[in-house]
Design a binder for this molecule. Structure first.
Ligand code: RNT
Ligand code: ZN
Length: 419
């Protein structure tokens, strides 16, 4: 019979030889909040009282059974998924997940439309993060915060303002910082004649949103850039240069850069950008995703790049300065499983990063001993990490091995398949 405790004891000794304290690593890992994106549970649909197709150049593919049809179902699914996600959690909502009896347009949303979410979060002692939904709306076809039509732009500025106030409400209710992510899909299929004016308008819109809500407390605002979207291939108003320029220029601690792992050229990686950004910035918002050939938003994998990102953050001692959030959507598999797999992998990459022989590697590097540095790094790739991970998952009740997979399959049979 395999014994997780026994295996862990051996692993603990293995790591000790490299100067690594597994208990300390587990504790640190467990305390990193990860913000679970609510939109995996219903394919980014939301619960507004009007049906809208998903727009904004993002796409969800698949038609697997069991999608959450109401906010109550979504919360029940989140509750179930969270059992199998170890560590401190937050839930990340989009503005279109409002709850009200009648239709409330985006410029009119208020804290009361998110009261049920706040009650739910308070009961579970988890934080809530938030996102203005600058897409999937009749007024988003020709740009939102960068729209040439002043009336349209005013509408979206009002939405941004409303969202920051809701962010403060979440902070007041949960006692935890609310991280708001601003992403607009504004852009175009062909290169526009005028590429500058939309960017100047986008800048002005963000300025207005922040000025109007300068008294808002307990909120941090990420500005998310992107390379392209489907149907928006040639030009993105909120490009990387625009967003980093905006954030650096504002010099406000609450306005930070968001890096989404799927938002760069295929040979660019977020792990290589982190130290450059931290040279100038105090903190960062990370959207952990998995791009396959494009910004496909596949379920997060325990892959080289995800590991490299967290290794970088640990090495720089910037894990505590990074807001970690997931952002992916797969409708071709059990959505609760998709949550558990991607969130477990994110947490797993954090733990793996905390279990690297960083001191020995630094020491070798300090001595210009690059051969030892390489040998150590490579040798360590076969360290018994899985034994530490399983032990951590079992200890926190998130279950290890096949147990959690079977539980989620059972939930599919008992609950999801009946929808
Ligand atoms: C889109 C961005 C954005 C969205 C969510 C739903 O490419 O990554 O963060 O995925 O806001
Ligand atoms: Zn994102």
């Amino acid at each position: 019979m395999f014994n997780t405790e026994k295996a862990y004891k051996q692993a603990k000794e293995y790591y000790k030889r490299y100067g690594i304290d597994t208990e300390k690593a587990i504790k640190l890992c467990d305390n990193v909040p990860i913000s679970i994106h609510c939109w995996q549970g219903d394919d980014v649909g939301g619960f507004e009282k009007s049906s809208k197709d998903l727009t904004g150049g993002i796409q969800v593919t698949g038609n697997y059974i069991g999608k959450a049809r109401t906010a109550d179902e979504l919360r029940a699914d989140l509750d179930f998924a969270m059992k199998y996600i170890p560590g401190v959690k937050k839930v990340n909502l989009h503005a279109n997940y409002q709850e009200s009896d009648k239709f409330v347009d985006r410029d009119e949303i208020r804290p009361e439309h998110f009261k049920k979410w706040a009650d739910w979060a308070v009961e579970r002692n988890i934080g809530l993060d938030f996102n203005p939904t600058y897409f999937s709306h009749p007024k988003s076809d020709n740009g939102t915060l960068s729209a040439a039509d002043d009336k349209v732009r005013d509408f979206w500025v009002k939405h941004g303002i409303a969202c920051r106030k809701i962010g403060q409400y979440f902070h007041e209710r949960t006692g935890k910082i609310c991280v708001i992510n601003h992403w607009t899909s504004d852009g175009s299929k062909e290169i526009p004649q005028d590429t500058l004016s939309p960017r100047l308008r986008l800048k002005d819109s963000y300025d207005r949103i922040f000025k109007e809500t300068s008294d808002v407390k307990g909120v941090v605002d990420g500005i998310e850039s992107k390379l392209f979207g489907i149907g928006l291939e040639s030009y993105t108003t909120g490009s990387f240069e625009f967003c980093i320029g905006y954030v650096m220029n504002k010099k406000k601690d609450h306005i930070i850069l968001t890096l989404d792992t799927g938002h760069y050229h295929p040979t660019e990686v977020v792990s290589a950008k982190l130290s450059g950004i931290f040279t100038f910035q105090k903190s960062l918002l990370l959207h952990v995703s998995r791009p396959v050939r494009w910004d496909s938003d596949h379920v997060v994998s325990f892959d080289d790049e995800t590991k490299a990102i967290f290794e970088e953050l640990v090495k720089m001692n910037k894990l505590k300065n990074t807001y970690v959030a997931t952002d992916y959507f797969d409708a071709s598999i059990n959505r609760v499983m998709a949550w558990a797999v991607g969130l477990r992998n994110t947490r797993k990459a954090i733990l793996a990063a905390l279990l690297q022989p960083n001191e020995m590697l630094m020491d070798a590097e300090g001595k210009n001993d690059h051969s030892t540095r390489l040998a150590l790094k490579e040798e360590f790739k076969s360290a018994p990490f899985g034994f530490v991970w399983d032990y951590y998952c079992e200890k926190t009740g998130a279950k290890a091995g096949l147990d959690w997979i079977n539980d989620i399959k059972q939930y599919e049979y008992n609950v999801l398949s009946k929808r």
